[in-house]
Design a binder for this molecule. Structure first.
Ligand code: UDP
Ligand code: MG
Length: 190
């Protein structure tokens, strides 16, 4: 089974299209899957929408935080609740395209334990892109990994790998630099 963990903080309008896209891809692959929404204290109606989905579809599960704890906390909770042998994380704002899922899986098949996305055409303002460039350069220097984009929310793991990861604070930004793993940089298109 594949688990897809999606942190949600006020993403009401994205939830439906994202779910539909993921389901289409998984059906195409004839792959058993679960979508695990982790609601990080949303206040825009995302919570109610996810509750509705959780009760109407067996492939959808959800975790609800009473207040906003940040993305690392959502991923940590998602990892612990997930049941799949393969685990994806994706952002819930439609910046990650589920059509890329088969390409991540192909990389895992080559023997990698963790495959990480890469925002090729970044749709964010300069004040986000500049610090991000600096962060990637410094983290590459310190970890010796040399990835273009540590911080991309679109990632894929074998279950053995997530057993070793405990996330809090801003630690989700450093996941690819965890030691002793083979990491493959992959691009995402949206
Ligand atoms: N997110 C979250 N808690 C937060 C902030 C963001 O769960 O406190 C979720 C958000 O809903 C989205 C993902 O984390 O699904 C990435 O957030 P964002 O788009 O703000 O990050 P960026 O694209 O700038 O890395
Ligand atoms: Mg985003």
């Amino acid at each position: 089974m594949i688990s897809v963990i999606i942190p949600i903080y006020n993403e009401k309008d994205s939830i439906d299209p994202l779910q539909r896209d993921i389901e289409r891809v998984m059906k195409g692959l004839e792959q058993e899957y679960e979508i695990l929404f982790v609601d990080d204290g949303s206040t825009d109606g995302s919570t109610e929408l996810i509750r509705e989905k959780e009760t109407s579809s067996p492939a959808i599960r959800a975790i609800f935080f009473r207040k906003n704890f940040g993305k690392s906390a959502t991923l940590n909770a998602g990892f612990q609740a997930s049941r799949g042998e393969i685990i994806f994380t994706m952002d819930g704002d439609l910046q990650d395209d589920p059509e890329e899922i088969p390409r991540f899986l192909a990389k895992l098949d080559e023997g990698y334990d963790l495959v990480t996305g890469w925002k090729v055409k970044r749709k964010d303002p300069l004040e986000k892109r500049l610090p991000s460039k600096l962060f990637n350069a410094i983290t590459s220097r310190m970890s010796g990994l040399n990835l273009r984009d540590y911080n991309c929310g679109f990632k894929c793991y074998r279950r053995e790998v997530i057993k070793e990861i405990r996330l809090y604070g801003e630690l989700h930004r450093f996941i690819p630099s965890w030691p002793t793993r083979r990491v493959s940089g992959w691009r995402r298109s949206r």
